[in-house]
Design a protein around this ligand. Sequence first.
Ligand SMILES: O=C(O)CCC(=O)C(=O)O
Length: 407
Amino acid sequence: MLTKRTDSAFWRDNVDPASIPERLQKLLRLWKYQSPGFFDEFDRLDEVFPNASYQYILYGMGFRTEVEPFNTVAAQALASRFLGEAEVLTQRIEPCRPVVLRGLVADWPVVEAGARSPAAFRDYVSRFDTGAPMEAFVGAPQIAGKYYYSDDLAGFNFEHRRMSLSQALDAMVGSLGQDGALSLYLGSVPTDDRLPGFSSQNPMPLLGWTTGQRIWLGHASNVSSHYETLDNLACVVAGARRFTLYPPELIGELYVGPIDNTMAGQPVSLAASSPPDDARFPRFAGVRDQALITELHAGDALYLPKLWWHQVEATAPFNGSVNYWWDAFAAGPDSPYTSLLLSMIAVSERPLEARRAWKALFEHYVFRENGHPVSHLPPERRGLLGPLAPANYGRIRARVMQLLRGN
Ligand SMILES: O=C(O)CCC(=O)C(=O)O
């Protein structure tokens, strides 16, 4: 799309605005006035390139970013409004506890369509279908929408089937009320790529417009208790959802399944997914009733901090939800999960005493519950342990890359 070549149909198609996904179009509009940075694109789960790669390509292809002095009265008013909204959200989420926001998206057109009927919801959402196939979960009636492992934990109790958004919605709405119907679930569909135009009609006031939006549609379902490493704002747009939550510190009592053979990418709590009093999970019995349970109806939203365990039950015959994942409080593009994985190979199988020694260093330098590790040094002598911005983040990151390359 940045190319100047017009010598073949391939290149001509590439510059056709209709071939550019809506999300990328939005980013290109943003990048006209501001260089790519990790806060606009690089918090995405599936993003592998750092912002520098985008900058090399954009500017290497002759793209121009106009940097204007930011000093007009209108711009300042807009900036303080955005900062004010972001501050309100930050204050509400800073304690890292779930927050229910009743009616947050009650005026979205998709919520209004769902309030009319499932068929009206289908007609509204199908308008955005590009026809691209997506992966739906399809389950036999006996599983009652609980998409889960097979008994031996090797496979699953449901199938994946590829279908377009409209095909999935037609099948969901068409089988409502039919005895013995298959249950269908279409989860985590990025709307900017797959339903272009949907996010502009149903915008989230509390988050920057570049935070990706996803849609989840289906019959009654039960998604087993799991966590994500990102913050989540989940908004119910049709039907109802019940969230059963456990805080991150209960991980040891939850009997977590494999981290690499999972239903939808995240490990699940085997204990929280089992009937009460399952004798295989005695430690869970002691914490089961510590769950926080909340029921959301169309128009309501839940802020769910990262690492909180959540089982999500869609409880109406037909349900829809929209969510956003982002990393609140990130100091840069790196996720703590990267350091967790690295620590697993570097630390986990050392002898207990060696692990304890490293634990002391991690607590001192990383977790810092007893204060900053070099608060006794004058600021100009703190070196890499001084504030991360503006330069120490990049310096430490460069050192990590060097060490991983083996030099
Ligand atoms: O809403 C759902 O059906 C599942 C959502 C979910 O698993 C999540 O947001 O992590």
